[in-house]
Design a protein around this ligand. Structure first.
Ligand code: CMC
Length: 428
């Protein structure tokens, strides 16, 4: 592949460097375009063809259905690693040794207390508040309780900020749920693993002990690994963009949580289960919903289907589908909705509308069925995604700051009114 691309505008030729990634992804570097052409820019709504950065964290091949964190296959990590190991890998670039992992977990536990005054903020929310709104607000509020800014040049400062948020975020997530459920707030138990402790913080009743079911803990650990990073998606790009103004880690994460909330992104997992439930209540008539999804005059979309990058099976969906079967069997749960999901998938994979557009089930299609089997209520599904995505957001924020990336500030092509005279209010 040539190292130069030639662009011709108005009969004049410009040479632009071509860069190649370690997996042979090719990009035209247009950083010098505007200066060289006296003002010409590129336009690409939704960034469908635009790389925002070079990154060494996650590799994704949407045509082949490949996903790797720091070079390791998602299938291997989901099978063989723990969520905390994967978090360490994503953030620091290598799998931890036993000692590194122990220290990492200990440091996270030390930082897992949340200022008691945060409870007052939580108290101000109505019980009906969506957990994602609560989580975004409380993560932002952490800034006020930890005001010292992180010196990104200092590895110690950076490490401290990272273990702080990894310690406090599961507490805030569990509290967002407990507030809604009318349960007293709990701080968990230091003797448990990261995921077991989270489950205990969620489900321990004030008048009883909570025994973690290993099937539940393993399934959740796997789900969190599968959600841990996905390169430059909407929420991650948001974290990098917000962080590029040099606002701190917690404020950047709070913005990422809001971005994740939307139904086209992380909010799809809640939307999928609501859709499956609606189909069940409708008597399981999948054809009607397939027809609605294909009807261009109907805003309905088959939630959990399609992906900006995957034009093949989402490798995470494959793992989750298998896991859904195993978890439901191990817990002795029969869920009619799983059969509806499988039926919809089969129908879609044979339907020319979905085949032609390369629309396959994505990570969110089956995850809700597992969350439900684990006892996690629907309105917490996207918060679970946020808990899983946290290490990815941190890793991407850290990379962006260490690479000293400039502030994110896209250009635009103005298509509004040209200059016109001001009209006094009496004359309008
Ligand atoms: N149901 C019906 N039609 C669809 C769907 C769907 N779920 N997804 C895409 N299409 C159609 C779309 O109407 C368009 O058709 P046409 O070419 O005739 O106009 C074509 O497929 C391409 O879709 P697009 O909207 O241009 O693709 P995109 O890359 O902008 O959007 C997406 C990707 C994920 C937002 C979209 O597929 C979607 O809305 N899916 C449902 C929501 C969902 O499951 N989101 C979770 C994504 S994975 C987890 C995450 O990122 O958080």
């Amino acid at each position: 592949m040539s190292k130069i691309a030639t662009l011709e505008i108005g009969g004049k030729k410009y040479e632009l460097p071509v860069i190649t990634g370690t997996e042979n992804e090719v990009a035209i570097d247009i950083a010098a375009l505007r200066g060289a052409t006296n003002g010409v820019i590129t336009i690409d709504p939704g960034f469908k063809n635009t790389g925002s950065c070079e990154s060494a964290i996650t590799f994704l091949d949407g045509e082949e259905g490949i996903l790797r964190y720091r070079g390791y296959a998602i299938e291997d990590l989901a099978e063989k690693a723990s969520f905390l190991e994967v978090a360490y890998l994503l953030i620091f670039g290598e799998l931890p040794t036993k000692e590194q992992l122990e220290k990492f977990h200990t440091d996270i536990k030390i930082e897992s207390q949340v200022d008691e005054d945060i409870k007052k903020i939580l108290d101000g929310f109505p019980k009906s508040a969506h957990p994602m709104g609560v989580l975004s607000s409380l993560t932002s509020a952490l800034v006020a309780f930890n005001p010292s800014s992180v010196n990104v040049e200092s590895p110690e400062d950076m490490y401290k900020a990272i273990v702080k948020i990894l310690g406090k975020f599961p507490v805030l997530t569990a509290w967002a749920y407990r507030k809604r459920a009318g349960l007293p707030l709990d701080y968990g138990d230091d003797s448990l693993t990261y995921v077991e402790n989270f489950l205990q913080m969620m489900f321990k009743k004030p008048n009883g002990s909570y025994k973690v079911n290993p099937v539940v803990a393993d399934a959740l650990d796997k789900l969190l690994i599968l959600h841990a990073d996905h390169e430059q998606n909407c929420s991650t790009s948001t974290v990098r963009m917000v962080g590029s103004s040099h606002v701190g880690l917690f404020a950047s994460l709070s913005a990422g949580i809001s971005a994740l909330w939307g139904p086209l992104h992380g909010g799809a997992n809640q939307a999928v289960i609501e859709m499956l439930e609606a189909i069940r209540e409708d008597g399981g008539d999948t054809h009607r919903y397939m027809a609605k999804a294909k009807d261009k005059d109907d805003p309905f979309r088959l939630m959990g289907f399609g992906h900006r990058v995957y034009k093949n099976f989402d490798p995470r969906a494959k793992i989750i589908k298998k896991s859904a079967d195993q978890v439901l069997e191990a817990l002795g749960i029969q869920d009619e909705v799983l059969d509806i999901a499988k039926g919809l998938e089969k129908e879609a994979l044979e339907d020319s509308y979905f085949v032609d557009r390369k629309l396959y089930p994505n990570v969110d299609f089956y995850s809700g069925i597992i969350y439900r089997a684990l006892g996690i209520p629907e309105e917490m599904f996207t918060a679970m995604f946020a808990l899983g995505r946290l290490p990815g957001w941190i890793a991407q924020w850290r990379e962006m700051r260490l690479r000293k990336e400039p502030i994110g500030r896209p250009r635009q092509v103005y298509v509004g009114e040209t200059h016109r005279p001001f009209v006094n209010i009496e004359k309008r």
